[in-house]
Design a protein around this ligand. Structure first.
Ligand code: AP5
Length: 227
């Protein structure tokens, strides 16, 4: 429990999850944030909430997300600067889906506590055909944003969210053509972050092509070693 107690002290536990769409970042971010007692900050979730509420950010992000394109860097940097300044982030946080480009990483570095050496950076590796299988089978709750998979992680009642009993749906951006675009964006704009963080801090590669429980054990081991 060294890492959990660390989160309560002066040393904040700041975590970045890198990895392609469908690698399991969201699934593991929920678990790790709960274990560490820090907030999970998912930019994808924040953007989908903004879309649902029809805010100016949501109106700008919606058409881009639907096409599988990234949302402009300045919007994401401002979103994260504001969120990480909130009091619940004092002990740390798990960033799921940010940074996703070099300008976003540079923006994070400018924020208080943004020195990359203060972050644990995990890079999830999963083969492409498995990513497609996971995304095509993913089901999602539009109300509470819980995530399932029809084969790997089914809800207790088919099509119904375990958490809030809403109807599960397929995310529009999980359609095959959009997924291909998202993967291309990942290759072009997010992959360079592996070299960026590899040169600045300890980058921990995670074999994400195993069961969620086994992957989580790997994350915990790395967190404990760093505590
Ligand atoms: P976002 O929601 O962040 O999408 P993503 O990064 O593409 O990641 P995913 O949510 O698709 O996958 P994941 O790795 O979290 O996998 P999950 O755990 O769900 O972003 C959506 C869009 O918003 C972007 O395309 C972009 O337009 C915009 N955006 C967001 N952040 C941005 C930023 N910083 N800058 C610019 N634009 C931004 O798992 C996937 C499935 O697999 C699930 O069904 C799950 O049950 C299953 N699964 C998980 N782990 C396992 C396992 N170990 N074994 C078997 N199945 C598993």
């Amino acid at each position: 429990m060294a890492a959990a107690s660390k989160s309560a002290g002066n040393d904040a536990v700041r975590v970045i999850f890198l990895g392609p769409p469908g690698a399991g970042k969201g699934t593991q971010a929920v678990r790790l944030a709960a274990y560490l007692g820090v907030p999970k900050i998912s930019t994808g979730e924040m953007l989908r909430t903004a879309i649902a509420k029809d805010t100016p950010l949501g109106r700008e992000a919606g058409p881009l997300i639907d096409k599988g394109n990234l949302v402009p860097d300045p919007l994401l940097v401002a979103l994260i600067a504001e969120r990480t300044a909130e009091s619940d982030c004092k002990s740390g946080f798990v960033l799921d889906g940010f940074p996703r480009t070099l300008p976003q990483a540079a923006g994070l570095e400018q924020m208080p506590g943004g020195d990359p050496r203060g972050f644990l950076v995990f890079d999830f590796e999963v083969p492409r055909d498995e990513l497609m299988r996971r995304l095509s089978g993913r089901r999602w709750c539009p109300k509470c944003q819980a995530t399932y998979h029809i084969a790997n992680q089914p809800p207790r009642r088919p099509g119904i969210c375990d958490v809030c009993s809403s109807m599960l749906v397929q995310r529009d951006d999980d359609m095959e053509a959009v997924v291909e675009r998202r993967l291309a964006e990942y290759d072009r704009r997010t992959l360079p972050l592996i070299e960026y963080y590899g040169a600045r801090t300890r980058l921990i590669r995670i074999d994400g092509y195993r069961s969620p429980d086994v992957v989580f054990q790997d994350l915990l081991s790395a967190v404990e070693v760093s505590a």
